[in-house]
Design a protein around this ligand. Structure first.
Ligand code: G3P
Ligand code: MG
Length: 237
């Protein structure tokens, strides 16, 4: 079972920071997950929320899409987790790719597509092509139009379908159209029947976010292919 360090080793260090990704790799994680937004000046920034209210200090209301990279890159996104992380700033997608290349897959979640971030799909793909990273960077999104945009731009991109509130019938239809390789689904939505159906359709099943040993073991018994975990040292018993 693939253990994917969710936002890096985010149980031990501030999420989506270089220290969290380094820690995940040091733990031996074969894969890390991160979230991507786009700044006003088109930089691909690794952060989960659409603004800095939750993890940023000083607290700011500005949306990432209205900030320049220069402004965002100066934000402290570590202090909320612990004083010793006060020097952590949001990385660029490219920084995490440089760190992980040759060591781990990078599962890239686009928090929104062109509807909010014009051109983000093309920009991510250009970066991955330039870095020859398409093979080790599965792309996912709850924004299914973003997945359609990615697929239209790249037949080779590895795609994962984040289910969200989409009904299963429609989801399976879209997953087939998109030629995704995985159904990415919440621990609250998964069950043995869904795992079987997805496998019958040739899809892997990746479950988020799993932090308890007992739950991990239950999912392993169901045949789940991978989990997003804040504690990447977890292993099925
Ligand atoms: O990609 C799995 C998971 O990261 C989706 O939810 O909110 O943690 O980005 P979230
Ligand atoms: Mg995510």
């Amino acid at each position: 079972m693939l253990i994917i360090a969710h936002r890096g080793a985010s149980g031990h260090a501030p999420e989506n920071t270089m220290v969290a990704f380094r820690l995940a790799l040091e733990t031996g994680a074969q894969a890390v997950e991160l979230d991507v937004h786009q700044t006003q000046d088109n930089e691909l920034a690794v952060i989960h929320d659409f603004d800095l209210k939750r993890v940023g200090r000083p607290k700011r209301r500005s949306k990432i899409k209205n900030m320049t990279w220069d402004e965002l890159s100066k934000a402290d996104v570590g202090c909320w987790f612990g004083k010793k992380f006060k020097e952590e700033h949001p990385p660029r997608l490219e920084d995490v790719l440089s760190l992980a290349e040759g060591r781990a897959e990078v599962h890239i979640e686009l928090k929104a597509g062109s509807r909010i971030y014009p051109g983000i799909e093309r920009r991510v793909l250009d970066l991955l092509r330039r870095r020859r990273a398409l093979d080790w960077t599965p792309l996912s999104s709850f924004d299914h139009q973003a997945l359609f945009n990615l697929r239209a731009l790249s037949p080779q991109a590895r795609l994962g379908y984040l289910l969200g509130a989409t009904p299963m019938t429609r989801a399976y239809r879209e997953m087939a159209e998109l030629k995704v390789e995985s159904l990415n689904i919440s621990r609250r939505q998964i069950n043995a029947r869904k795992v079987q159906t997805a496998h019958d359709k040739g899809l892997k099943v990746l479950v988020y976010t799993v932090n308890a040993q007992q739950e991990l073991d239950g999912l392993a018994a169901m045949g789940v292919d991978g989990v997003f975990a804040n504690f990447p040292e977890l292993k099925p018993s």
